[in-house]
Write a protein that binds this ligand. Structure first.
Ligand SMILES: CC(C)(COP(=O)(O)OP(=O)(O)OC[C@H]1O[C@@H](n2cnc3c(N)ncnc32)[C@H](O)[C@@H]1OP(=O)(O)O)[C@@H](O)C(=O)NCCC(=O)NCCS
Length: 153
């Protein structure tokens, strides 16, 4: 999963996307904290990564060994259809690495995993006010579907 962006940015550094391991809990923690403003402490996160390893995959984008972005992909069995349900639950690229194809590389890696699991759709929720993310997802081939709703319990 190695990508060098073609065209005018041909000199740009290569982005590598790899599956995060439990040992990467520290860097996953930093990225989630930057994105969400909160994150489980690294030790607790490592524990959750172990517990959810069959259901959730954290993909790390790196440039020259530096963590550039994170995508968390949830693939779960469902009784609603023959295929598993695939959903992006976290998507974040550090500001210094944006508009260089980093997010696109993460999406492509997620798609590969989805195909390998036989999934036929990739779902996600996006804040209605997050127009930049919507533009990114639109450029990545996503289209608007149902509205998300939430009730705190
Ligand atoms: C949204 C985000 C993941 C995009 O990552 P990225 O690495 O910059 O994306 P890419 O470089 O692969 O962009 C691919 C294309 O998407 C579109 N795009 C990306 N960011 C965009 C923006 N801010 N405004 C408009 N279009 C955008 C462009 O068409 C872009 O191609 P181009 O650069 O050749 O014009 C990144 O901006 C981010 O992490 N934002 C903050 C977190 C967030 O909102 N996450 C989504 C939560 S649902």
């Amino acid at each position: 999963m190695r990508r060098k962006r073609p065209g005018p940015q041909a000199g740009a550094r290569a982005t590598i996307v790899r599956q995060a391991q439990v040992e990467d809990a520290g860097v996953v923690h930093s990225l989630l904290l930057e994105f969400n403003g909160e994150a489980l402490p690294p030790e607790a996160l490592a524990c959750r990564m172990r517990q959810t390893s069959q259901l959730e995959t954290a993909l790390l984008a790196e440039q020259e060994g530096h963590a550039a972005g994170l995508l968390v992909l949830r693939i779960v069995p469902t009784i609603s259809g023959a295929q598993d349900w695939a959903e992006i639950t976290e998507m974040y690229v550090r500001p210094a690495f944006r508009r260089q194809g980093t997010g696109s590389a993460l999406i492509r890696a997620a798609e590969e995993l989805c195909r390998a699991h036989g999934c036929i759709e990739l779902n996600l929720l996006v804040d209605p006010e997050n127009l930049e993310a919507q533009a990114f997802y639109g450029a990545s081939g996503f289209c608007r579907d149902s509205w998300g709703m939430l009730r705190r319990i």
